[in-house]
Write a protein that binds this ligand. Structure first.
Ligand code: AMP
Ligand code: MG
Length: 310
């Protein structure tokens, strides 16, 4: 593990650029919350640990602990909690602190932290297309408000932003991959001046809970929003599988066990209806707005993969 001196860990605290990033962070969180509340969304409290959490589709270390004979994991995402509560309250969001102990090599991307916050939302009965529209409006609203309130700070950072027009461009995953190769996301991100979508992501790239297309097995009704200028992934989302038998099949296909998702499956026995949602990383959004190379520059106490942190 790479260690640093106390001064290396603390010097950035007094930098002007951190102060600006935190002011922008304040506006981003306030405006995103206000946008959703105005549209009838209900804010739910975050879940910090649980008997069930996101299995993710990439390797991370697994922090868990036992309390009174039960094993709990720190939250990697609130996907299952969202899918459960949205059955009762049809439009929900939460600012969810996630812990994902990413492998040290992830530090190279400049967009991974071990602890971050996602604005995670879910809508009952909604389609992917409706959520893409909501995502575009949320992005446009937030960037416009930041530009309005922080023009001076953005100028100090030398950051020029513009508000993109709707609808954003959408590329199908397999088509983009065939045209630009395995690095298609970063190639397209670097070439673009506006955010864009990657849709129809194949099953093997994703967790079990996103819904497969009826007419194209193996392809999901899901989407990623990608920032322009090389900033890469902003959000991931999709329609959720709601049929219990199909959920179980998908768990087995991923080589996972029913035991891992016991409480979610118990709830699902009562019947689930379609929902769709997404999660957008707040630190990545602020990094993009500020035009920073590295995500840790937006956080006073960043947890960088492979490094010791406060
Ligand atoms: P996911 O559903 O796994 O794509 O996570 C939702 C969003 O959270 C992503 O699109 C990112 O914006 C953000 N995110 C995921 N992992 C990290 C990380 N390790 N550090 C910072 N942000 C992250
Ligand atoms: Mg993702």
């Amino acid at each position: 593990m790479e260690t640093e001196t106390v001064s290396e860990l603390m010097d950035h605290i007094s930098e002007k650029k951190l102060e600006i990033a935190l002011k922008i962070n304040t506006t981003v969180r306030a405006e995103m919350g206000a946008f959703l509340r105005d549209r009838g969304f209900v804010e739910i409290p975050p879940v910090i640990f649980s008997t069930v959490t996101d299995p993710l589709n990439h390797p991370v270390y697994d922090p868990s602990f036992e309390y009174e004979g039960t094993r709990y994991a720190l939250t990697k995402s609130m996907i299952f909690h969202k899918q459960i509560i949205v059955q009762k309250i049809p439009k929900i969001f939460t600012f969810s602190p996630n812990v994902r102990l990413e492998m040290p090599e992830k530090a190279k991307t400049g967009r991974h932290l071990l602890e971050f916050t996602q604005l995670d939302l879910e809508v009952k009965g909604a389609t992917r297309e409706e959520l893409m529209q909501l995502g575009e409006e949320l992005f446009i609203h937030t960037v416009s408000k930041v530009m309005e309130k922080h023009s001076e700070e953005l100028a100090m950072l030398g950051r020029k932003l513009h508000v993109p027009a709707k609808p954003f461009k959408a590329y199908k995953y397999t088509e983009a991959e065939a045209r630009y190769g395995p690095e298609f996301e970063s190639i397209l991100s670097e070439k673009s001046t506006d955010p864009f979508w990657i849709i129809d992501i194949p099953l093997k790239q994703r967790e079990f809970y996103d819904r497969e297309k009826d007419d194209e097995p193996g392809i999901l009704r899901d989407m990623d929003l990608i920032y322009p200028e090389g900033y890469c992934e902003a959000l991931s989302g999709g329609e959720r599988e709601y049929d219990l038998e199909r959920i179980k099949e998908r768990i087995l296909k991923k080589g996972q066990t029913f035991e891992q998702f016991k409480w979610f499956l118990e709830f699902a026995k009562g019947g689930l209806e379609l929902s769709c949602g997404f999660g957008i990383g707040i630190e990545r959004f602020v990094r993009y707005i500020c035009g920073f190379q590295r995500i840790e520059d937006v956080h006073p106490f960043p947890k960088v993969p492979g490094k010791v942190s406060v």
